[in-house]
Design a protein around this ligand. Structure first.
Ligand SMILES: [Zn+2]
Length: 277
């Protein structure tokens, strides 16, 4: 337990969840997440009765996509000046590097906590426009929509607000779980921590992807795009540096759509330069 970690998390933990959210899968665990990831597209299942066996190596998270070509107008987030609007200029290498004397687990934990907290804040701002009616699926591109594994382990489409509520509640519960994110002195991180974090990362990536695809214009109205771009670029850079991110998840499938295009554009611009992959 580092001083840095205890400060970072204790300052932001309280009240970080949007009060509008319903308490959902309180018993969803990393192991369940691993289990659900064995299927093709597979977020954490809300079904608390899933067994805790795991097959994390089968995880692939390939989103369901239709094969239709992408003859769509360019989304705003790929257009100038929005694509390079940022609070942070240059690349993110220096701020993702592990500081001296800080344990890598602590570093990852506190950063993931911050990504979650910030993303939750952004989503809280647009929650009124992300509704069951406006976002009937967890869309992330013209031909890309993430599915959820239900209690029968069937892949189903959920309205985006429902999907995101499940994800954010699941992550919040993990963060609050001392066995997953220990905050007390002398308590070690569990061996499953790296794989848990990877699952968290994949799900948060999907929330980013939906916001970019469906709500970027709302962020523009709020003039929040530099903040959101910086948060997402930091998230990507950190994920690359610590191998928390699967490139195929970012790209969204065999051909790049949505945030995958943004990711490639930022790499070309040097924003993600210096990090792995
Ligand atoms: Zn939405």
């Amino acid at each position: 337990m580092s001083f840095f970690n205890s400060i970072g998390r204790s300052m932001t933990r309280a009240g970080s969840r949007n009060p509008k959210r319903s308490p959902t899968p309180s018993s969803a665990t990393a192991e369940q997440q691993q289990r659900s990831q064995t299927d093709s597209s597979v977020p954490p299942s809300p079904n608390p009765s899933l067994s805790l066996s795991s097959s994390q190596n089968g995880a692939n998270g390939a989103p369901r996509r239709s094969p239709s070509p992408q003859q769509q107008p360019k989304p705003l987030y790929l257009c100038s000046p929005f694509v390079d609007a940022a609070l942070v200029k240059g690349n993110f290498k220096t701020i993702v590097m592990l500081p001296k004397y800080v344990d890598i687990m602590e570093w990852v934990a506190v950063n993931v906590f911050d990504f979650y907290t910030n993303l939750n804040e952004f989503y809280g701002v647009i929650t009124d426009v992300c509704t069951q009616q406006s976002c009937t699926t967890m869309s992330a591109g013209p031909t890309l929509s993430y599915t959820w594994i239900n209690q029968d382990r069937k892949s189903v489409h959920l309205p985006a607000p429902t999907y995101i509520d499940y994800v954010m509640t699941w992550v919040q519960n993990l963060l609050d779980d001392e066995n997953t994110f220990p905050t007390k002195s002398g308590q070690d991180f569990p061996p499953s921590f790296p794989s848990t974090i990877k699952h968290v990362y994949r799900q948060l990536l999907r929330v980013f992807a939906h916001i970019y695809h469906a709500h970027f214009h709302h962020l523009l109205h709020l003039r929040s795009e530099p903040h959101f771009n910086s948060l997402f670029a930091h998230f990507l850079a950190f994920g690359q540096e610590y191998d928390l991110l699967e490139v195929k998840d970012v790209k969204g499938g065999s051909s790049t759509v949505g945030i995958g295009a943004l990711w490639e554009r930022w790499r070309e611009m040097g924003i993600l330069e210096g990090t792995k992959q």
